[in-house]
Design a binder for this molecule. Structure first.
Ligand code: ZN
Ligand code: ZN
Length: 388
């Protein structure tokens, strides 16, 4: 361990500070390196060696007397190097291993040694989330939906106290009610006080000598609860509705958390939804598109008669204002878009075909006649069907 004592070690170099560095700069440099190389945060074996050097450098440079020896060319940690019988933690920083959090606490005046006190037995409960599937009609117009939740409720036997009838909490003997046990380490940083939660009482400072037989001391019991949730009109897929304090009751009967109901909208057979607008497709024959027609459209909550103008082109859209989903929190509704699929007839009997050809002729539209046998497309079709 002490093989390097022949040559004075470069303590400034180890911390990466100049010989003129202030106490503050040395402290900052050490803290930064400790974050990087402390074995609690860096499992690399080389890091452990490096961390020992960093500790040694800090031990020396943070101590005016030892730093002076370094500045005179000596090594205060070397045997007979003028450092005396080692500072706190023994020479070379090889003393008790100080935990990373304790180092940080020592620098920042963290919780260790401070008055943390026992943790309360009564704590707020957790939030819960529940998925609710609804039809488009329900999300559009709102619904009162019955739901069932598995949750924790207050134990009625002990009203949350956790103690059996007629008994009380007892002060923990192991920590005298403080909820934590402190240990003092003497290290090169000076005295480092670390506090750990008391394992006997789990940090509560009290124990329950006679737990409530219903909840075993937890103050709450698990149960299945039914309630009704009011879904407002216009909610959307993925939205969450918050039911204040309908979540789990906390340990020791603490305030219940919130329950979130997440809306999942089932896809609709006819309508697809984009925001508050709805879209649907309606097929109209080519003749109706050409001549114009009147359609009856079933909306979410009504029947509407709409006119398809003569000469309507394929992929045209009709818009029915305010026949979509009502806006959430507000007035008005989205629109309903009716997309028209103009259908070309596929099977014509000879009379129909002749009429269409005559019709084309009167319009001066040239229609080349495909030969019954052969022809590119029928050959393709035969090839697909396996007739070579
Ligand atoms: Zn109980
Ligand atoms: Zn205790």
């Amino acid at each position: 361990m002490r093989t390097r004592n022949a040559v004075a070690r470069d303590y400034y170099g180890i911390l990466g500070v100049s010989r003129e560095a202030s106490d503050d700069e040395i402290k900052r440099a050490y803290r930064k390196l400790a974050r990087q190389f402390h074995p609690d945060v860096n499992p690399d074996p080389e890091a452990q060696e490096k961390f020992k050097d960093i500790n040694a450098a800090y031990e020396v440079l943070s101590d005016d007397r030892k730093r002076q020896i370094v500045d005179l060319g000596g090594d205060p940690l070397a045997p007979g190097g003028g450092g005396g019988a080692g500072g706190p933690g023994g020479p070379g920083g090889a003393g008790p291993f100080v935990g990373f959090q304790d180092i940080m606490d020592a620098f920042f005046g963290g919780a260790a040694g401070g008055a943390r006190g026992p943790r309360p037995r009564t704590r707020p409960g957790a939030d819960a989330i529940l998925r609710l599937e609804l039809d488009l009609h329900e999300t559009a117009f709102g619904v009162e939906a019955p739901i069932t939740v598995d949750t924790a409720v207050l134990c009625t036997t002990c009203s949350g106290a956790g103690t059996a009838a007629g008994t009380h909490l007892a002060t923990c003997e192991a920590c005298a009610g403080r909820g934590e046990v402190q240990s003092v380490q003497r290290t090169f940083l000076g005295q480092v006080v670390s506090a750990r939660p008391c394992t006997v009482c789990q940090g509560y400072g009290t124990t329950i000598p006679h737990p409530c037989p219903t909840c075993a001391g937890d103050g709450r019991v698990r149960t299945r609860r039914s309630l009704t949730v009011k879904i407002p009109a216009g909610v959307e897929d993925g939205m969450r509705i918050r039911l204040a304090q309908q979540g789990e009751v906390g340990p020791g009967g603490g305030t219940a958390g919130d329950l979130y109901v997440e809306i999942h909208e089932r896809p609709h057979d006819v309508y697809s939804r984009k925001g508050d607008d709805l879209h649907c497709r309606v097929t109209v024959p080519m003749t109706a598109a050409a001549l114009g027609t009147r359609l009856t459209i079933k909306t979410l909550d009504s029947e509407e008669t709409v006119d398809v103008k003569a000469g309507t082109q394929p992929a045209s859209t009709l818009r029915l204002r305010a026949r979509g989903v009502p806006h959430l929190r507000g007035t008005g509704r989205g629109d309903l878009y009716v997309h028209l699929d103009v259908r070309t007839p596929t099977k014509l009997d000879p009379d129909q075909e002749k009429m269409l050809r005559d019709f084309a002729k009167t319009r001066g539209e040239e229609v080349a006649e495909l030969s019954k046998q052969g022809g590119f497309f029928s050959r393709m079709r035969d090839a697909f069907n396996g007739h070579a």
